[in-house]
Design a protein around this ligand. Structure first.
Ligand SMILES: C[S@@+](CC[C@H](N)C(=O)[O-])C[C@H]1O[C@@H](n2cnc3c(N)ncnc32)[C@H](O)[C@@H]1O
Ligand code: SF4
Ligand code: SF4
Length: 276
C-alpha cells in the first residue's frame, strides 16, 4: 500500500450507513446496493462502539444513511441516542421515505432529512411525505432519471489530481463497521469488484492514521464520479466565502441597525406619551 501521510483527513461530514438492505433496487444507486451480496445491519451496540473512537465534534455533521435507514430494526433507538453518541453541529438523514411516517417523533433529531425521489419507484410515498411539509424535510425531486448522476458513464482515467478536486472526499463514510475515505468509493467497489480491505480500515483507535495510508488516487482514476474543474472549485469556494461573509458581517450589521431603529422608536413613543 502506498503511504500518503501528508493527506489531510476531511472532518466535514461523517456518514454512517446503518444497513445494506433496501426496499428499492435503483439502477443508479450510488451505494451499489443492488449489487451488494453480503448485506447486513450495523446494530446499535456496534454503532455505540464506533462512537467511542470518534471524538466529540470531530465532524461538523453526522449523516445517517444506508440502504434504507428506516428499515433498520433499531432505527428508533439509534435516533434517540444519536446526539449523545456523536456530538456534532448538525444531523442529516438520507431516506427514500419508506416507513418514515412511523417515526415522526424520532426524526425530529435531524436538522435535515434529504427525501430522495426515484422516478417510478417511490413517487407515491415521496409525494405523501413531501405534502406533510415537515420542517426538516427537503424533498429532492427527480422528475426523471436524467437528473440522477449516471455512475456508469465515464471514468476519471485521463484526469489529474482527482482526489483534490473531488467534493465527495469531504465525507468520511462508515459501511458495515469499516471506515472509508469518501462517500462513493464503497459504491464504486461494488461495481468494480474492488477488495474492500484495500479501500477501508478497521473502526479502531488507529483509523485516522490507517486511512491516510490508502492510495486513494488509484481508485479515483477508476471512479465514475464527476470531478469539477479548478475554475468551478474556485467559483464554488468564492460563493461559499461570500455566503459566510454575509452571514458573519452583513446580517449582524442589519440586525444592529434594526435594533437601534426600534430603540429610537420606543424612546420617541415614550417621550410623546410623557407629553400627553
Ligand atoms: C445511496 S442513498 C441511501 C439512502 C436512501 N436509500 C436514499 O436513496 O435516499 C444516499 C444518497 O445518495 C443519493 N444518490 C443515490 N444514487 C444517486 C445517483 N445516481 N445520483 C445522485 N445521487 C444519488 C441519494 O439521493 C441519497 O441522498
Ligand atoms: S433507495 Fe437509496 S439505497 Fe435503496 S437502492 Fe435506491 S439509491 Fe440505493
Ligand atoms: S473515489 Fe471517487 S468519490 Fe471518492 S474521492 Fe475519489 S473521485 Fe471522489
Amino acid at each position: 500500500m502506498k503511504s500518503n501521510k501528508n493527506r489531510k483527513l476531511n472532518k466535514f461530514k461523517l456518514e454512517i450507513d446503518i444497513l445494506d438492505f433496501c426496499n428499492l433496487n435503483c439502477d443508479l444507486c450510488a451505494r451499489g446496493i443492488p449489487l451488494q451480496k453480503d448485506k447486513r445491519f450495523t446494530y446499535y451496540n456496534e454503532i455505540e462502539e464506533i462512537s467511542k473512537i470518534i471524538k466529540p465534534y470531530e465532524f461538523n455533521t453526522i449523516k445517517i444513511g444506508g440502504g434504507e435507514p428506516t428499515m433498520h430494526p433499531e432505527f428508533s433507538k439509534i435516533c434517540q441516542n444519536l446526539k449523545r453518541l456523536f456530538p456534532a453541529k448538525s444531523y442529516y438523514l438520507a431516506t427514500n421515505g419508506f416507513k418514515l411516517e412511523n417515526f415522526l417523533d424520532e426524526i425530529k433529531v435531524f436538522d435535515t432529512i434529504e427525501l430522495s425521489q426515484y422516478p417510478g419507484k417511490n413517487d407515491e410515498v415521496f409525494d405523501k411525505i413531501a405534502e406533510m411539509n415537515l420542517s426538516n424535510v427537503i424533498p429532492v425531486r427527480k422528475e426523471d432519471y436524467t437528473e440522477l448522476e449516471d455512475i456508469y458513464r465515464e471514468n476519471n482515467l485521463n484526469k489529474k489530481n482527482i482526489y483534490n478536486r473531488c467534493i465527495y472526499k469531504e465525507v468520511t463514510h462508515i459501511v458495515g463497521g469499516r471506515i472509508y475515505p469518501c462517500c462513493n468509493i464503497f459504491g464504486q467497489a461494488m461495481r468494480q469488484n474492488i477488495d474492500l480491505n484495500n479501500i477501508s480500515v478497521l473502526a479502531d483507535e488507529n483509523w485516522r492514521e490507517n486511512l491516510k495510508k490508502i492510495d486513494i488516487e488509484t481508485y479515483c482514476r477508476r471512479c465514475f464520479v464527476k470531478v469539477p474543474s479548478y475554475f468551478n472549485i474556485a467559483l464554488y469556494k468564492t460563493l461559499i466565502g461570500t455566503g459566510r461573509f454575509i452571514k458573519q458581517n452583513i446580517r449582524p450589521l442589519k440586525k444592529y441597525i434594526f435594533k437601534n431603529q426600534i430603540k429610537r422608536q420606543i424612546k420617541k413613543t415614550n417621550a410623546s406619551n410623557k407629553n400627553i
